[in-house]
Design a protein around this ligand. Structure first.
Ligand code: HEM
Ligand SMILES: [Cu+2]
Length: 660
């Protein structure tokens, strides 16, 4: 990490004016404190990435336990109860603590660089999002460390179907951790998304029109809208479930007239857009990598953008395809089936655009490109099986069978995860100034690729042969033995591949080949920066003359000279760079929220002594949170100036970018 932690020395005048205050403002530029108080989007992005990778390993470990249990018939590595916990935590962890935050890591690190900004619009809100995400992750996992009889980790499925998650069926606190954990993660995601939206709308460099935005930034924007529009639905469902479980309301308590189907509607109005929240960032990453290594612009840029927006819209109209078997009636079922098939169209359009991009290009088979091509291929397989269960009668057979497990892992691993792994290889040289070995990168690709297909392809057949999902064991004469054994072998191979991948990245961070600016001969603005990018990103905010701004910069100097007069004002405004101070208050606010959520989840509201502990802890958490918000609001926005020229770290662009 020290690549980014290089101290930036402040001269006397640049330090905060000494005025009396209760708590002095943190100014640490190195060490632990600097990471806790950081408001720099690049550092926040790296922290998101580290936490996400950690939880990816946890979720992967849980998956291996699941597969070990299913390796042989009548196996007893896990009990039925432990199995429930395992698949619940595996699904929840992978979605909310691994793939989403890993996407967030790129949103944070890359997006502001791509649009030529110095930071996101609200740097301290950004830090708050990060720490609230961490708080949510802690609450979700805290049950592992508490007595299983009364607490335990969540065990109601990642979808938390009420009333199975009500007090009647799960009396212990496990579900309360799930409820509160997801609430915090939702709050974190919504805050982060608002920040990204404002950043993309407001902080684009001069000349960066919407139709010149890099596709990854476009997908960040669309994903952020999906988050702020879909999370409120699950927030409401979770509040209702929390009230049912803790305060005796009856939203979902069927025995008291509650309405179980309400949960499903609220959950899937969130849940379906959520799968696009997982896949759109991946599509954005792919749309950056394929052009770079095909040495061609993206084929049909406007169509890729509009089909992304179209997927975003349609994604809100198909939620009931998760409920075909709940008896909604023929009209609703038919309508949702057709809407679901319709969404395959913009998705297919994107695939054709990617193929059009590679077509006739001078392909450079580097590691990021391998992962990107793997993505296209496997995402197509996942897409096909998706269209298969959009037909309601077929879905009636496939629902809750291993066919569905095969389908969504092709989309989530073959899709999202492959793109994210591609993205790490692609942007690593920009983040750390080091590049991974092609040999080890490609080896990890092939082992992951083979392991993945061996694990999940047989599950299509297991599903069609009737093996139900979320079943903790099976009988020897069901005809499922071989496929299950093969699948588990595949899972271990996949595990080895992931290990090679991680080992390669750690080695690269420590000892990898050093590279300079623009290793891949890239197309978008972030590649114009020195590696790793300085604290202030751009010495002078660049002026953008075309889509693929940096590529244009490199190859169209003549045209740019002609346009220069138009933008002559940009340089004149430059006189030192204003940087915001770090702040501890977003962190304190998140800690308060963590304590409050713990209070709600941990203690019984009944019997009576419990209610005091519950209220006490919750109110204490709320108080800490309010203190955090209060000082956050009042600490003021002043910062310090960096005179980049005197500082010795030159951000002097080699070419025209930044000089307009
Ligand atoms: C690392 C390799 C992985 C393996 C071997 C694996 C394996 C499995 C298996 C066997 C199940 C079925 C559990 C059951 O139905 O009893 C499952 C469920 C699930 N997996 Fe994975 N998985 C992996 C990675 C992922 C990733 C990356 C994601 C998401 C981004 C994911 C999301 C899910 C979800 C949402 C469920 C459903 C859990 C539920 O039914 O509540 N998995 N996984
Ligand atoms: Cu769906």
């Amino acid at each position: 990490m020290d690549a980014l932690a290089k101290p930036v020395f402040l001269t006397k005048e640049e330090k905060a004016p000494a005025r009396p205050r209760l708590f002095a403002r943190p100014t640490a530029k190195t060490g632990l404190m600097s990471w806790i108080t950081t408001v720099d989007h690049k550092r926040i992005g790296l922290l998101y990435g580290l936490f996400a990778l950690f939880f990816f390993l946890v979720g992967g470990f849980e998956a291996l336990l699941i597969r070990t249990q299913l390796m042989f018939p009548n196996n007893n590595v896990l009990t039925a109860q432990q199995y429930n916990t395992m698949f619940t935590m595996h699904g929840t962890t992978m979605i909310f603590l691994a793939v989403m935050p890993l996407s967030s890591a790129f949103f944070n690190f890359i997006m502001p660089l791509q649009i030529g900004a110095r930071d996101v619009a609200f740097p301290r809100l950004n830090a708050f999002s990060l720490w609230t995400f961490v708080a949510g992750a802690i609450i979700l996992n805290i049950g592992w460390f508490l007595p299983t009889a009364t607490h335990g980790a969540p065990d109601g499925g990642w979808f938390g179907y009420a009333p199975l998650t009500s007090k009647t069926f799960i009396a212990k606190h496990s579900i309360d951790y799930w409820v509160m954990g997801l609430q915090l993660l939702g709050a974190a995601s919504i805050a982060a998304s608002l920040n990204f939206i404002v950043t993309i709308i407001n902080l684009r460099a001069p000349g960066m029109t919407m139709m010149r935005l890099p596709v990854f930034t476009w997908m960040t924007l669309i994903t952020s809208f999906l988050v702020i529009l879909s999370f409120p639905a699950i927030t409401i469902a979770l509040v209702e479930l929390m009230m049912d479980r803790n305060f005796g309301t009856n939203f979902f308590e069927a025995s008291n007239g509650g309405m179980p189907i309400l949960w499903q509607h609220l959950f899937w109005v969130f849940g379906h857009p959520e799968v696009y929240i997982l896949i759109l960032p991946a599509m954005g990453i792919i749309s950056e990598i394929l052009p770079t290594f095909s040495r061609k612009p993206l084929f049909g840029y406007p169509i890729v953008v509009f089909s992304g927006a179209c997927i975003g819209f349609l994604g809100f109209g198909v939620w009931s395809h998760h409920m075909f078997t709940t008896g909604m009636g023929t009209v609703a079922t038919a309508a949702f089936a057709m809407a679901t098939m319709a969404i395959a169209v913009p998705t297919g359009v994107k695939i054709f655009n990617w193929i059009g991009t590679i077509w006739g290009g001078h392909l450079q088979m580097r590691t990021p490109m391998m992962f990107a091509l793997g993505f296209v291929w496997m995402f197509m397989i996942g897409g096909f099986s998706g269209v298969m269960h959009s037909a309601a009668p077929a879905d009636a057979q496939q629902q809750d069978s291993y066919f569905v497990i095969a389908h969504f892992h092709y989309v989530l691993i073959g899709g999202s995860l492959f793109a994210l792994l591609a993205g790490i290889h692609y942007w690593f040289p920009l983040m750390f100034g080091r590049k991974a070995s092609e040999f080890w990168g490609k080896l990890s690709f092939w082992v992951i690729f083979v392991g993945f297909n061996v694990t999940f392809f047989p599950m299509h057949f297991l599903g069609l042969n009737g093996m139900p999902r979320r079943t903790f064991t099976y009988d020897a004469n069901m005809g499922w033995n071989t496929a299950n054994f093969v699948s588990t072998m595949g899972a271990f191979t996949l595990g080895v591949g992931i290990f090679i991948y991680f080992a390669t990245m750690v080695y690269t961070y420590l000892k990898g080949e050093r590279v300079g600016r623009d290793v891949w001969d890239g197309r978008t603005l972030e590649w114009s920066l020195p590696v790793p990018p300085p604290e202030y990103n751009y010495r002078v905010i660049p002026t953008v003359h075309a889509r693929d701004a940096w590529w244009y910069e490199k190859h169209h100097q003549e045209e740019i000279k002609k346009e220069q007069a138009e933008y002559a004002h940009a340089e004149a405004a430059h006189g030192g760079i204003h940087m915001p101070f770090p702040s501890i208050w977003p962190f304190v606010t998140s800690v308060g929220i963590l304590i409050g959520a713990f209070g709600v989840a941990f203690f019984d509201s009944n019997p009576a002594p419990g209610i005091h502990a519950k209220l006490g802890t919750t109110l204490f958490g709320a108080a800490v949170m309010l203190v955090g918000i209060y000082f956050w609001a009042l600490e003021g926005a002043e910062g310090y100036h960096l005179h980049v020229d005197e500082e010795g770290r030159t951000a002097e662009p080699t070419s025209h970018v930044g000089k307009s």
